[in-house]
Design a protein around this ligand. Structure first.
Ligand SMILES: Cc1cc2nc3c(=O)[nH]c(=O)nc-3n(C[C@H](O)[C@H](O)[C@H](O)COP(=O)(O)OP(=O)(O)OC[C@H]3O[C@@H](n4cnc5c(N)ncnc54)[C@H](O)[C@@H]3O)c2cc1C
Length: 477
């Protein structure tokens, strides 16, 4: 006999967004025959790509410059297989490109380990888009009415008949439940970063940055993170290496550890018991485990992938039950597990030996445009202000402490539908990614607390986002 209580499905759901999170919510949707599902995003028809895995439709030197920061099979074993299956196309697209991605891939190709490559992100976008199209076809096959709307969602209101989502082109979409997956916060602004010799962020400013790199300007990146590595790839794609002048700066001046896939694949298996009375006691034991792993020969890829798998299986609350203490854990783990793209980190190091790249330690406190470049003031570790000159500055400093969210997220925060975690500044949602407004769920890389689970590692990670999206859809809604 059918239990009617288990049949309570919201009949009309809207998913806002077009990236990995929206795609994962679509793919694992529990919608049944007769239900409707609308996916509304700027480029919902390319669902899965979002901001991070966009395709550059024009043939530019940097079309395939940006790489995934981890090996393909660390993101998704199915993606590793997809690389193998689509190798001819990938190879054909990469022949003759600068930097020489195929050359850097050679050690992996020599041992037939294509799954271990740091693949151009555009290919992960192709994979995600294909996967999303298959998921949509499967939903339609089981009788769900799926509507894909390429549009901006401008406002979400609650009425007597559920929710009403208004789009920029004036469409009014109605639903009983809404998922918001509009991505992470924007790059923080730094005063003066919009001058004639500055870009306030990397993406969308490539053309101008390329022009300045080509005229021989020293390119100065604020940040020593993944976006800075993208900026280096962009410059390498337009300037011969012996003409490159590239500087990266950050307060600690520390580069991420390269994530290097090795055969046979192995991952660290942490032995944490707990519960621990404090964040410090827990972190001490994590550090002990990391040291043991390193002594056993593990590198950052094995350690990071091992802890990530471990935390997916065991939430932080089993180890640090005190929520206040648990919230002290992520900032430290974020630094300990900081990993980046193998190819680019190796290039950065290699080019530093001939002074074509360098790292400067210091926090940018002022950017002043001059007639032919930029004067920078950097605060060093003693708080002294040190002047530098640069040809062109790119702000790659990340989201900063005060997250600047997209307009829709901001409107939900302002109405207290979505809460901010006062410790991390990220988004705090209830179990199953439910917000304070029943029927509305929220998932983005900026989510730091879900129910009583504090995210030990940031969700700026396609695999983790997909994991939490699938979990949200397993919860009764
Ligand atoms: C440049 C970059 C590189 C990255 N590299 C990696 C990597 O190598 N490996 C990894 O695991 N993770 C990486 N990440 C982390 C990344 O955040 C996640 O992997 C994931 O792609 C984020 O997906 P998302 O769907 O939450 O966000 P997004 O990809 O940002 O997608 C959200 C989408 O929603 C759209 N949107 C926003 N507001 C609205 C609105 N009001 N109406 C309609 N649409 C809207 C946005 O335009 C955007 O396309 C990277 C992130 C970035 C930004």
């Amino acid at each position: 006999m059918t239990n009617l209580n288990t049949q309570v499905h919201p009949r009309r759901r809207i998913i806002v967004g077009d990236g990995v999170a929206a795609a994962a919510l679509t793919e694992t949707s529990t919608a049944q025959a007769g239900d409707s599902l609308v996916v509304a995003g700027y480029k919902a028809s390319q669902l899965g790509r979002g901001l991070a895995y966009m395709s550059e439709p024009r043939e530019t030197p940097w079309r395939y410059a940006y790489l995934l920061n981890s090996p393909a099979d660390d993101i998704d074993p199915d993606f590793g297989q997809w690389i193998v299956d689509n190798w001819e196309h990938i190879q054909g697209s990469m022949v003759g490109r600068s930097p020489d991605w195929l050359g850097a891939a050679k050690p992996y190709l020599d041992c037939d380990d294509k799954r271990g490559l740091n693949v151009p992100r555009a290919f992960f976008g192709d994979y995600m888009e294909q996967r999303s199209q298959q998921a949509i076809a499967a939903l339609r096959e089981r009788g769900v009415n799926v509507d894909i709307v390429d549009d901006e969602a401008v406002s979400l209101e609650q009425g007597a008949d559920g929710f009403k989502l208004l789009t920029a082109s004036g469409r009014r979409l109605h639903a009983d439940a809404v998922d918001i997956a509009t991505g992470g916060p924007k790059t923080q602004r730094i005063e003066g970063d919009d001058g004639p010799f500055c870009a306030p962020e990397l993406f969308g400013h490539e053309e101008r940055i390329a022009d300045h790199a080509k005229r021989g300007a020293e390119i100065w990146c604020i940040g020593t993170n993944a976006t800075m590595l993208d900026a280096l790839r962009l410059c390498q794609s337009v300037v011969p290496e012996d003409q490159l002048r590239f500087t990266a700066c950050s307060p600690r001046g520390i580069m991420p550890e390269p994530l290097i896939a090795r055969l046979p694949r192995d991952i660290t298996k942490p032995e944490l018991s707990g519960p621990y009375p404090s964040a410090k006691a827990f972190l001490d034991d994590v550090q002990r485990n990391m040291q043991l792993a390193q002594t056993a020969g593990h590198q950052m890829r094995e350690v990071r992938a091992g802890f990530r798998a471990f935390f997916i299986e065991h939430g932080l609350k089993c180890f640090v039950p005190d929520l206040h203490e648990a919230r002290l854990v992520p900032p430290t783990l974020r630094h300990w597990f900081r990993g980046g793209t193998r190819d680019t980190l190796h290039d950065f190091h290699r080019l530093s030996l001939t002074n074509h790249t360098r790292v400067v330690r210091g926090a940018v406190s002022a950017i002043e445009s001059t007639d032919d470049g930029v004067n920078l003031l950097l605060k060093d570790e003693t708080d002294a202000l040190v002047p530098y000159k640069a040809g062109f500055v790119i702000n790659c400093s990340g989201a900063g402490a005060t997250f600047e969210f997209d307009a829709l997220t901001r409107s939900l925060i302002d109405r207290d539908w979505v809460s901010i975690c006062n410790r991390s500044g990220g988004i705090r949602v209830n179990d199953g990614c439910q917000t304070n407004m029943p029927g509305v769920r929220y998932l983005s890389p900026a989510t730091t607390v879900i129910g009583d689970e504090v995210m030990p590692m940031p969700l700026y990670d396609a695999h983790l986002l997909r994991t939490w999206a699938a979990r949200a859809n397993k919860q009764p809604s």
